[in-house]
Design a protein around this ligand. Structure first.
Ligand SMILES: NC(=O)c1ccc[n+]([C@@H]2O[C@H](COP(=O)([O-])OP(=O)(O)OC[C@H]3O[C@@H](n4cnc5c(N)ncnc54)[C@H](OP(=O)(O)O)[C@@H]3O)[C@@H](O)[C@H]2O)c1
Length: 242
């Protein structure tokens, strides 16, 4: 059953890809719960998104903070439920060779990039089950390649990929679906952090992924369960929509 008041949580929606995904969902009639640490930036994003969505609830804070995760879920609950959970917030943790990689940074990256999406999924599950909802976990080509310097970040995304596929299989009987999306290189703050001081103006803005998102959110979540999509891939399924 499709509910008339569809609701989505998008973490890391204060800028970059997350803001674009939230805008797509808002334009499709979803009420939004959005996250990000910097309150000012998040509130500015919420003001911008209110031109696209009738309801936008910003929840400021770190996704590793249990109180913040609970507040994201409570905000969705207060709106009436949850159809889509987009685990987009992520950190790069610096680029550098593994031989000298600062071990405590591993300790930071895994809770942000892997632990938080998994705990948010656990918390969101009762709501998602009610609406046969969709979990979207944002991954990267760094999960499958072996780019020098990208080991720790890539390892978190590889872990996220295994866990997402496992979740998709485990949740089949409960009617909840999970997919992976590799958005491809995009001109965002994270990408600039990966290439400090370099001109990244040849990379496309995250808006390049909009045809994919419109296609994905048109699909029955059950029909895409467990798939891994490359949002910038030249794929007739979503490019025909432009
Ligand atoms: N850009 C690329 O080329 C590229 C390529 C492949 C995959 N990706 C993936 O795409 C997703 C979005 O990346 P992006 O490029 O749009 O990055 P971005 O511009 O740096 O945006 C990241 C967003 O996440 C939030 N965030 C970061 N750490 C957080 C934390 N610990 N708790 C809560 N919010 C947090 C940020 O806000 P605050 O800083 O205020 O918290 C911001 O809203 C990520 O999963 C990334 O791994 C990006």
């Amino acid at each position: 059953m499709t509910h008339s008041n569809r609701i989505a949580i998008v973490t890391g929606a204060s800028r970059g890809l997350g803001l674009v995904i939230a805008r797509v969902l808002g334009n499709r009639g979803y009420s939004l719960v959005i996250g990000g640490r910097d309150r000012g930036t998040l509130e500015a994003a919420a003001a911008n998104l209110s031109r696209h969505a009738s309801v936008v609830r910003p929840v400021a804070g770190d996704v590793t903070d249990p109180a913040v995760r609970a507040a994201l879920i409570e905000a969705a609950m207060a709106l009436g439920g949850l159809d889509v959970l987009v685990n987009n917030a992520s950190e790069l943790g610096g680029i550098g060779p593994l031989q000298v990689f600062d071990v405590p940074r591993f300790g930071r990256l895994f809770p942000v990039n892997v632990g938080a999406p998994m705990v948010l999924t656990q918390l969101a599950l009762p709501l998602l089950v009610e609406r046969r909802g969709l979990i979207v976990n944002i991954t990267s080509d760094a999960a499958t390649a072996a780019y020098p310097g990208w080991g720790p970040y890539g390892a978190t995304k590889a872990a996220l990929e295994v866990l997402t596929r496992t979740l998709a299989a485990e949740l089949r009987d409960r009617g909840v679906s999970a997919v992976l999306v590799d958005p491809g290189d995009m001109r965002t703050r994270m990408h600039q952090e990966a290439f400090p001081g370099e001109d990244i103006s040849d990379r496309p803005l995250p808006e390049v992924t909009i045809p994919f998102w419109n296609w994905l959110f048109d699909q029955d979540p059950q029909a895409v369960r467990g798939e891994r999509f490359a949002a910038q891939q030249e794929d007739a399924r979503w490019l025909q929509q432009v």
